[in-house]
Design a binder for this molecule. Sequence first.
Ligand code: ADP
Length: 400
Amino acid sequence: MSDPSYVLVVNAGSSSLKYRLVDGETGEAPADGIVERIGESSGRLKHTVGDAVHTEERAFADHEEALQAALDAFEEHGPSLADAGVVAVGHRVVHGGERFSKPTLIDDQVVAAVEALVPLAPLHNPANLEGIAVARRLFPELPQVAVFDTAFHQTMPPVAYTYAVPRSWLTDHHVRRYGFHGTSHAYVARTAAAALGRRVEDVNVIVLHLGNGASAAAVRGGFSVDTSMGLTPLEGLVMGTRSGDLDPAVHIHLHRSLGWSLEEIDRLLNRESGLKGLAGANDFREIERLRAEGDEAATLAFDVYCYRIRKYVGAYSAVLGTVDAVVFTAGVGENGPEVRAAALSGLTALGIEVDPGRNAGPVSGPTRISSDSSAVAVLVVPTDEEYEIARQALAVVRRQ
Ligand code: ADP
């Protein structure tokens, strides 16, 4: 019998807790779930086993109650965590700063280090820490592994991560570009190479992770050499509710000329901008529906969204020198043929040519959508961050 390889993957947000039981070797996921509206007067747990969905509506006072309810759901509806032989809990942690470039076995010192990074990710790291604390209490016997969103991008060279600001900002205050979505970029780059029948070490790829949050990455031989998000996830592509790239003086103007507070500007740029700010909807399906009806704001939002992607593809083609593949992933990237076509149209000079028929076809697993004459392969690769977290957590545990 092979060694047990199941990992319970936990992704704790400020008011939600997502979990998935994943085989770290194969990616098979027999069950997953989410507890939403933690701390509110009415919350909801949704536990999915195959085609069966079990829901429970009640209040969940805190993350501990939420995770306990998830464990109860495994007991009641299966599969049994004890029978599965879970070998680790894998935690998604958003910011690992410069300290963490690899998945890391969690102990008190690691918790303290993640706490020290809270100023860099004030919304995310505290929630991730809460998930870690709760899981350590409920699974005292299991190794817990932190997998950082920033870790994959720690291979970026100084030219890519350095902002042109006084040097002491970096040396004293760690102000630099870090990048996020690293787990997805790593998984997708590797999977794309495999789909091309190449070793990841031998290919250069541009990964476009287009979800609610969105980022591009330039990956050379399996290593991230540049990515579009920066100190925080605000920089780069246009997103559901985030502006992406912006003249930093916009903040100064809004503050100085209009008297808006930094807190308000922060909220507006992170929660009320992007597609939502431009067209009133952050769900891409809604943008497409409005655009099809001829809505001008939605049409502009779509165009701005695609134009920004195109600029990054051009920039990263220059960064990489030669590009073997441009790869679309996440909600919009996997399901938005119109975005894919618009973002890459007219790039034949860069060797990039999307085939309309292939682009319109169904995507289940890695799919080539470029024409046969396209020098650069264009692929759609469904991302699987939970599998990647499980895979990395399993590798850490097996090294012990
Ligand atoms: P996240 O994990 O960042 O929350 P996802 O990767 O799930 O995000 O992507 C969410 C986005 O994907 C939303 O904007 C949603 O509208 C979009 N999306 C999902 N399905 C489709 C579809 N069929 N067509 C276009 N966009 C889609």
